[in-house]
Design a binder for this molecule. Structure first.
Ligand code: NAD
Length: 246
């Protein structure tokens, strides 16, 4: 199994892409720390993994709080004794055009979606440097590279996640790889709440003519976290059914 013996923390793993990735990583042999503000969803994900014979634990974590990030990392180290993979995946999107969004909503979006990626990465660096296979995976977005209306803070944050991925990759090479995944429209609870007409319009722009499934992102995440991707760092892998080719 390609992640046998590895220990991974995944933020935002109670739902959607993070949940699918936790299940995939565990099936590939990793011990998984599920970090999320959603206790019920996180514990359910951990139970599902355990029932399938995998190793997973939930730790209630608000990634915008440094003390929670420290506790998340301590829990992984105390339970599993090492740390190899951090997947920064949690997000917040207080929607609004740049002209309308409040400073509070701007800050709240940036805190969870961008600042937490830096802070969690900073805190795990000493541990990943001790791993023979340290990897930081960041969930960015196609909106790191193409425009989106009415989500100025989210788009700024996701652009920052891709830039931060490059900065971290240079700083941590050659020991730790740092890679971003840029999903297009993926069928997760977050995305399915988008109004139907907006949604239909988005999917009509996708050459593969459908939304992606969270498992299709999880498969890419597992590949990028594994030794099979040993020559990939400092870049973003677009997984969008062709959306950004137009
Ligand atoms: P989702 O809503 O299904 O899952 C997000 C998870 O993050 C939830 O479990 C939520 O509780 C958790 N979360 C929110 N705030 C948190 C906080 N402060 N601390 C810890 N956890 C917190 O969403 P998803 O669609 O699976 O999104 C996962 C990632 O994929 C996000 O980074 C998102 O920006 C990115 N993404 C998603 C899509 C898509 O179409 N679904 C497209 C591009 C990028």
């Amino acid at each position: 199994m390609r992640l046998e013996g590895r220990v991974a923390i995944i933020t935002g793993a109670a739902s959607g892409i993070g949940r699918a990735t936790a299940i995939r990583f565990a099936a590939d042999g990793a011990a998984v720390m599920i970090a999320d503000i959603d206790r019920a969803g996180g514990e359910a994900c951990a139970r599902e993994i355990s029932a399938a014979g995998g190793r997973a634990l939930f730790v209630e974590t608000d990634v915008s709080r440094e003390s929670d990030l420290r506790a998340m990392i301590d829990a992984a180290l105390q339970t599993y004794g090492r740390l190899d993979i951090l997947h920064n995946n949690a997000f917040r999107n207080e929607a609004g055009a740049a002209a309308d969004i409040t400073a509070q909503d701007w800050q709240a979006t940036l805190d969870v979606t961008l600042t937490a990626v830096w802070q969690a990465s900073k805190l795990v660096i000493p541990h990943l440097l001790r791993s023979p296979a340290g990897v930081i995976l960041n969930t960015a977005s196609v909106h790191s590279i193409v425009g989106l209306t009415n989500s100025a803070a989210y788009q700024a944050a996701k652009g920052g996640v891709l830039s931060l991925t490059r900065a971290l990759a240079l700083e941590l090479a050659p020991t730790v790889r740092v890679v971003a995944i840029l999903p297009g429209s993926i069928a997760t609870p977050a995305n399915l709440s988008v109004p139907a007409d907006e949604h239909r319009h988005f999917v009509s722009q996708v050459p593969l003519a459908r939304m992606g499934q969270p498992e299709e992102i999880a498969d890419v995440a597992a590949f990028l976290a594994s030794d099979e991707a040993s020559y990939i760092t400092g870049t973003g892998i677009v997984v969008d059914g062709g959306y950004t080719t137009r």
